[in-house]
Design a protein around this ligand. Structure first.
Ligand SMILES: O=C(O)CCC(=O)C(=O)O
Ligand SMILES: [Fe+2]
Length: 303
């Protein structure tokens, strides 16, 4: 299996591998290692079956079933279907699923490990996916800032919004079952990658990324801190832009990256449909006693 670097500091393409039951069994270890080494791996030209895609997903962990019911594949709930078109039973907001910087399931008690997308219908141009290397960006911060950040904890809640009446607010489309699944969760701000041991930030934007703020800090201090960290980690030097071709499979590591769809900028006649698998990670553990471990705030399920 040959890997070729396609981004400035991370992301690699694997050219000589056609996925099928046999080849994916033979290459399990190498694929998993390439994903840890490069953070994003791209396999081109994978005209495969849904079953092979589901089997490929198991290399990167146990599939997580999406808590938003309408996003699930009707026959195989562990698969999510992405579409920028109006689909039966879906709120219009779902056309732009993943638009805005985030890491998958960052607002859950156990966050996601890998996500993979298989591009089934791809527009001629646009609909790119952006990836930011948060791990590298954290490493580049001054030592005194890293020391300060290592003590902090960040409050997250999936449907949090400063304005619940905003037509884009998730509050608008979550039902009772989804609310029950998404209480407020407080995570350490600096986390250690469970497989590589490297430190990174568990950060996301305040609005689309479901971040309420730093625990124990007033919004007037917390909001600018979060905004400043986000501006740093998403600087162009840390970003890889993936331009999709039909039958690309892209796998990324949510534990060290942020990503963003760009579907809001895609004209509606440019059809984009993908299948997606996300795998369950492990509980976050802070790197200082002050940052502790993840906690769920009781009684916030229906707030
Ligand atoms: O559609 C994309 O480019 C990315 C969507 C996304 O955020 C995800 O699949 O987790
Ligand atoms: Fe995402």
């Amino acid at each position: 299996m040959k890997t070729k670097r396609i981004g400035g500091t991370f992301a690699a393409e694997i050219d000589d591998l056609q996925l099928n039951e046999a080849s994916l069994q033979r290459n399990r270890g190498d694929l998993h290692q390439a994903y840890l080494d490069h953070k994003v791996i791209v396999l081109r030209g994978q005209a495969i079956t849904t079953e092979v895609f589901a089997a490929f997903g198991t290399i990167f962990g146990k599939a997580e079933v999406h808590h938003v019911r309408a996003m699930r594949h009707p026959q195989i709930p562990a698969l999510t279907m992405l579409s920028n078109q109006a689909e039966p039973g879906r709120n219009d907001v779902m056309k732009y699923f993943g638009d805005g910087w985030h890491a998958d399931s960052s607002y859950k008690p156990v966050t996601a490990a890998a996500t993979m997308l298989w591009g089934i219908e791809i527009p001629d141009a646009g609909g790119d996916t952006l990836f930011a290397n948060v791990e590298a960006a954290f490493q580049d911060l001054p030592d005194d800032e890293k020391t300060f950040l290592r003590q902090l904890r960040l409050r997250h809640q999936y449907r949090w919004s400063p304005n619940r009446e905003d037509p884009w607010a998730r509050w608008k489309f979550v039902g009772e079952a989804e609310r029950k699944d998404t209480p407020e969760v407080i995570h350490p701000l600096v986390k250690r990658h469970p497989e590589t041991g490297k430190e990174s930030l568990h950060i996301a934007p305040r609005i689309i990324g479901s971040v309420i703020g730093v625990e124990g800090m007033d919004a007037v201090d917390s909001d600018p801190l979060i905004d400043r960290l986000l501006a740093h980690v998403t600087r162009p030097a840390y970003v890889y832009r993936h331009r999709w071709r039909p039958n690309d499979i892209v796998v990324w590591d949510n534990r060290s990256l942020l990503h963003s769809a760009t579907t809001k900028d895609l004209p509606a006649h440019q059809v984009r449909r993908m299948l997606r698998i996300t795998t369950t990670g492990s509980a976050l553990v802070g790197v200082t006693p002050e940052a502790g471990v993840t906690t769920v705030v009781p009684g916030t399920e229906f707030d």
